[in-house]
Design a protein around this ligand. Structure first.
Ligand SMILES: Nc1ncnc2c1ncn2[C@@H]1O[C@H](COP(=O)(O)OP(=O)(O)O)[C@@H](O)[C@H]1O
Ligand SMILES: [Mg+2]
Length: 225
């Protein structure tokens, strides 16, 4: 990986596989694998209350951790408002999920296959005027169904719950991971968002507590189920 690939995201699971932080992601992975065996979970949405809490970072590191177990993994950048994974991996975003949903490209061309061993990526594509409409369209359902035949695990990165996008995606996926930013996310806002997911009968697989300070824990990240 060149230095341009250091960017916004800390692809820690890949760059420092033996760090405590990578261990934390592996811990979450183990929990997911356990739940997956019991409940046949194929696709997981990662969301949070608002922007900047660490959804994308959690989602990509989890995807890497999954891929490292030889599971055929697909990361989908479905944050159509503030996409970012293409920058993290220096991938072209000229076509992406939005292009597929608009019928401008097919399933084969939309996937960046094996960006890393066992990890393929669908970037978000050009930012659309109507993200809600696109995510609600039958094409999005078909996209996830077709991808579920091709990959063993699909991790879907999304917008925060302040916009409807994540709720729509939560109903199309098999489970959801909710990211909370330590000392930042307001308890009431997180509760409201989780209530909203529960109302939609979303299977909340767990909550990731991100950016926890060392003075509270011996590691940067902590996870709880
Ligand atoms: N635990 C963490 N430690 C350090 N930086 C982090 C951590 N989690 C997220 N960040 C940084 O915070 C910023 C926002 O994270 P991101 O994953 O893009 O949030 P979101 O997708 O929820 O908007 C990024 O620059 C990311 O690298
Ligand atoms: Mg993000």
């Amino acid at each position: 990986m060149n230095t341009r690939r250091e960017y916004r995201f800390k692809l820690i699971s890949n760059r420092k596989p033996h760090s405590p932080v990578s261990d934390a992601y592996r811990g979450i992975r183990t929990n997911i694998q356990f739940l997956k065996r019991k409940n046949d979970i194929k696709s997981i949405l990662v969301t949070s209350t608002r922007a900047g809490e660490g959804k994308s970072l959690t989602c990509i590191n989890l995807a890497i951790a999954m891929a490292q177990t030889n599971m055929k993994t697909l990361y989908v950048d479905a944050d159509l408002r503030r996409p970012g994974v293409h920058r993290a991996f220096v991938l072209s975003n000229e076509t992406g999920l939005t292009s597929y949903l608009l019928g401008e490209c097919d399933l084969e061309t939309v996937v960046h296959e094996e960006v890393m061993a066992n990890l393929s990526i669908v970037t978000a594509g050009p930012v659309p005027m109507n993200p809600v409409e696109l995510l609600e369209s039958p094409s999005m359902t078909q996209f996830l169904e077709k991808m579920a035949d091709r990959y063993e695990m699909i991790l879907v990165d999304s917008s925060p719950m302040i916009v409807p996008d994540a709720s729509i995606l939560a109903m199309l996926t098999d489970g959801c991971i909710f990211v909370v930013e330590a000392q930042k996310t307001k308890r009431a806002s997180a509760q409201r968002a989780i209530q909203q997911l529960k109302k939609l009968h979303v299977n909340i697989l767990g909550v990731v507590l991100n950016k926890q300070k060392e003075k509270y824990l011996s590691e940067d990240y902590y996870y709880s189920y």
